[in-house]
Write a protein that binds this ligand. Structure first.
Ligand code: 5RP
Length: 239
């Protein structure tokens, strides 16, 4: 392997190990009988797999509420019984994030699943976010804020965003021509803001644009964050 490629591969491997470590620690916090919100993304993936292992090895009884087709298929394959918000509210939701600030406000939606993630994570008795330390930031905003947008509203939404100082970009699919289509059949518009000074205000403002179904700012709903660092997993609780 080319030395540069090897360094990049080793770095990616370290991040992946960190995701696995924090996900496994979160899975060990789950108690017998709980209903769990199952997040989406690579960190949540490890959490779901570990829950499946615990069900098999410890014979504990759990139920999961998935936040995407991705977590639905994975949870089913891991033998986690599934339920819905109609039938149960989650005791605990565990999910990854793209950015976490010191007040535990988040940007999510790197996997375009933020609408259902926000519904499930908000409905949970406790919301635990699991990340590696690369996701910790002083202030949100380097990562663009994803908006789930009804396709017919694409043009007016992007005009609104530009007038508010954001730079919108339609998320394009891989291995499919054209835009990403969400689990709810909508577009994703990623919006780069210079700096986000007030996540709560921005979250409300973005959701007030006609045609925006949900945005990826999660202000004030995280109860606890587990962060995988080079010195082990650290816990941060809502202040
Ligand atoms: C999906 C999400 C993910 O939780 C977020 O993108 C983090 O993903 P990963 O754990 O793969 O870094 O919000 O919509």
């Amino acid at each position: 392997m080319h030395p540069k490629k090897e360094v990049a591969w080793e770095a990616a491997q370290l991040v992946d190990d960190a995701k696995k470590e924090v996900a496994h620690e979160a899975a060990m916090m789950v108690s017998d009988g709980q209903v769990l919100g199952l997040g989406t993304g690579s960190t949540a993936h490890y959490f779901i797999q570990k829950l499946g292992d615990r069900i098999k090895e410890e014979e504990i009884e759990l139920m999961g509420i998935p936040t995407s087709y991705q977590s639905f298929f994975l949870a089913r394959d891991c033998g986690i019984p599934l339920t819905t918000l109609d039938e149960h509210l989650p005791d605990l939701a565990v999910d990854g994030a793209d950015e976490v600030d010191p007040e535990l406000n988040l940007i999510k939606g790197g996997g375009a699943a933020h609408t259902l993630e926000k519904i499930v994570d908000s409905a949970a008795g406790k919301f635990l976010v699991i990340v590696d330390e690369s996701k910790q930031v002083k202030r949100l905003g380097d990562f663009p804020v994803p908006l789930e947008v009804i396709p017919a509203a694409y043009r007016p939404v992007t005009e609104w965003v530009k007038s508010a100082g954001g730079i919108p970009s339609l998320r394009m699919a891989q291995m499919k021509d054209g835009p990403v289509i969400t689990d709810n059949n909508n577009f994703v518009v990623d919006v780069q803001f210079k700096e986000i000074h007030n996540p709560h205000e921005l979250e409300i403002a973005l959701n007030s644009i006609p045609g925006v179904v949900e945005n990826g700012v999660f202000a004030g709903i995280t109860d606890q964050a587990l962060v995988a660092t080079s010195n082990g997993v650290k816990s941060f609780k809502k202040g």
